[in-house]
Design a protein around this ligand. Structure first.
Ligand code: NAG
Ligand code: NAG
Length: 600
């Protein structure tokens, strides 16, 4: 029944098809280790699979071997298959990743896969050749779960496959009977009021009985659906964590020894259809978290409502060393909170920068109300330097050079004219601030950021222009030479272009993931600054031209001439007043933006 809708998708679909088949026809399907789903973009077939999975024994001991056979049911017509993926799972926690290791019996048609960094954790096909049977040997781990279920994904053709066919369950010798499947979470009632849904998660005891990390600061998940909330409290030898926040696919937190992503102990609550999977994982570098094969979480519970994901679980403070990658809760860690989209149980990159605790936190320490930020200090300083340079020092330097040359014509300061001393000092400060501000994001990223759009390109242009200006000024011809006007125009032109590009770069910069100032408010403040600058420029320009022409036009009229004289006497004073008022407004805009940066 689903066929017609697939064909309707037409050419685009065919192209995707072709690419995916080419990619995975060799069976290197490591990325399907966890969810065992071919990324073919179709649904697992709803019909009963025409395949059987059999084992040669039903009980096993640690390190014992079991022969597993996947075969097409002979009575079924054309039930041969092209691709397959065989894994063994902890039957009590089948989503915690593969357990044990496989060895091959049919190496021409099967190959070992590396999952969660364990070689041989799964077996897949080597080519698309049709087959009707494959056999593998599974070896139980040293410390096996009390029962293990074999699960198999079989691809008959590209659009027809069965995901995670539930194979036989084998149990550890003398193991207690299989516990009932964990009924994680109270079943989701798509409900009524936020209050009844969120009533369990409150910030009432934050800082008293439990520690909390929240954004916005001080929010309460009980009342505020937009509250990102992480709390933890120690109970005997374990810690209970609560995590809540609006997210399309998952919410998570990580324990990290530094403020960078990588080598971190991660806890994920991933929404899958109408339920939430709660698991521990590990991120190696700036990559996908790898779900841990051992589950260390207990008393899991979750809730889904109105786009908010909530989960609660318990973890022991001390974890046996055989459980790799679980950090010691007795040591201080930075807390990272992230959320984002997820598909079929796999998390995508977080939508926003993680919320990172300001200081390392001892999970087992006294309850604290924690603070955090989504922006790194390096990026905040980058913004602060650039804003001071390109909002304040540069614009003041420009106004002084443009309108205050005639003033202090006679007075000099350290052998140079006063306006020039001011102009040079302000511009050197601009270049200096730009240089420092320019380096910081590279230090933060450790290289070029591919996710920042055109902002870094504009920034590099501004940096280059800012460096050209003083060099050009150093080699300027003397004021009275004939080529001086060339320098004047170049200097003015380069400066203006740099200023315009810098404003555009700042506009883009304050909406980067790494420093997301509240929109549209921050853009408004920036626009206010631009208008204020243009206004001051305009007033001074009119003043300069206006008085001159009034003087010429009316100088024969005695009364007006006197009036003109009076105004010109006021002239110097007027300009200084305009400059002072401009500076006050400018600093106002600057301080508002700096305060906003401090608060994110
Ligand atoms: C298997 O899952 C159960 C339930 O989550 C857990 O108690 C048990 O420790 C797991 N066994 C192993 C070896 O991971
Ligand atoms: C953590 O797990 C990764 C694979 O997920 C593994 O490569 C690494 O060796 C582990 N590290 C430690 C310290 O156990």
């Amino acid at each position: 029944a689903a066929w017609p809708s697939f064909t309707r998708l037409g050419l685009g679909f065919e192209l995707v098809c072709l690419k995916t088949v080419l990619c995975f026809s060799n069976g290197k399907v490591e990325q399907a280790c966890d969810d065992m789903t071919p990324e073919h973009g179709h649904q697992s077939s709803p019909h009963p699979p025409p395949y059987s999975i059999t084992v040669d024994k039903s009980k096993f001991s640690p390190l014992e071997q079991i022969k597993v056979t996947l075969s097409a049911v002979p009575s079924e017509n054309k039930a041969h298959f092209k691709g397959f993926l065989i894994e063994a799972r902890n039957a009590s926690n089948p989503n915690a990743g593969p357990v044990g290791c496989f060895t091959l019996l049919d190496p021409e048609i099967s190959q070992l896969l590396r999952c969660n960094d364990r070689e041989g954790a799964a077996v897949s096909h080597t080519s698309e050749v049709s087959k009707t049977e494959v056999q593998v040997i599974w070896t139980a781990p040293q410390d096996p779960p009390s029962s293990v279920q074999f699960q198999v994904t079989v691809v008959q053709k590209y659009k027809l496959y069965w995901v995670r066919i539930q194979g036989p369950v084998v149990s550890l010798n003398d193991a207690p009977p299989l516990p009932p499947l964990p009924t994680a979470g109270q079943s989701v009632a798509k409900t009524t009021t936020a209050a009844s849904i969120l009533s369990d998660f409150t910030s009432d005891d934050c800082g008293i009985k439990k520690s909390c990390l929240r954004e916005p600061a001080g929010c309460d998940p009980w009342k505020d659906a937009l509250c990102y909330f992480l709390s933890f409290r120690t109970e005997d030898a374990s810690v209970v964590f609560e995590l809540s926040g609006p997210a399309p696919g998952y919410i998570s937190f990580a324990l990290s020894t530094d403020k960078w992503m990588g080598e971190d102990d991660v806890y994920l609550c991933i929404k899958e259809d109408d339920r939430v999977d709660i698991s521990a994982a590990y991120v190696q570098g700036r990559t996908h978290p790898v779900i841990a094969s051992e589950n260390v979480l207990r008393d899991t519970a979750w809730r889904l409502a109105d786009g908010v994901i909530q989960c609660r679980f318990r973890r022991n403070i001390r974890i046996p060393a055989t459980y790799q990658n679980r950090s010691d809760l007795g040591e201080a860690h930075y807390l990272f909170m992230a959320h984002g989209r997820a598909e079929g149980g796999r998390t995508h990159r977080h939508d926003r920068q993680p919320l990172i605790s300001t200081n390392p936190v001892l999970i087992t320490g006294l309850p604290e109300d924690l603070t955090g930020s989504r922006s790194h200090l390096l990026i905040k300083f980058h913004a602060v330097f650039m804003l001071i340079a390109w909002m304040t020092t540069v614009s003041t330097g420009v106004i002084i050079a443009r309108y205050f040359k005639p003033d202090w014509a006679e007075t000099t300061l350290c052998g140079q004219r006063v306006w020039f001393q001011f102009h040079r000092a302000l511009m050197l400060v601009t270049v200096l601030l730009t240089c420092i501000g320019f380096i910081l994001p590279f230090v933060y990223r450790g290289g070029w950021s591919k996710r920042a759009g055109s902002h870094p390109y504009l920034g590099c242009t501004v940096m280059a222009l800012a460096l050209i200006q003083p060099i050009m000024a150093l080699f300027r011809p003397a004021p009275d030479t004939s080529r001086r006007y060339v320098f004047n125009w170049l200097h003015l032109g380069t400066g203006m272009i740099a200023q315009v590009i810098a404003v555009v770069a700042i506009c883009l910069g304050i909406h980067q993931q790494a420093l997301l100032l509240p929109a549209p408010w921050s853009t408004g403040v920036l626009a206010g600054y631009v208008v204020w600058f243009v206004l001051a420029d305009l007033v001074l320009e009119v003043h300069r031209r206006g008085l001159f022409s009034i003087g010429q036009y009316f100088h024969f009229n005695k009364k007006l001439f006197l009036y003109y004289i009076a105004i010109s006497a006021l002239g110097h004073c007027f300009k200084k007043i305009v400059l002072a008022v401009y500076l006050c407004g400018n600093l106002g805009f600057l301080i508002i933006l700096l305060a906003t940066i401090g608060a994110v």
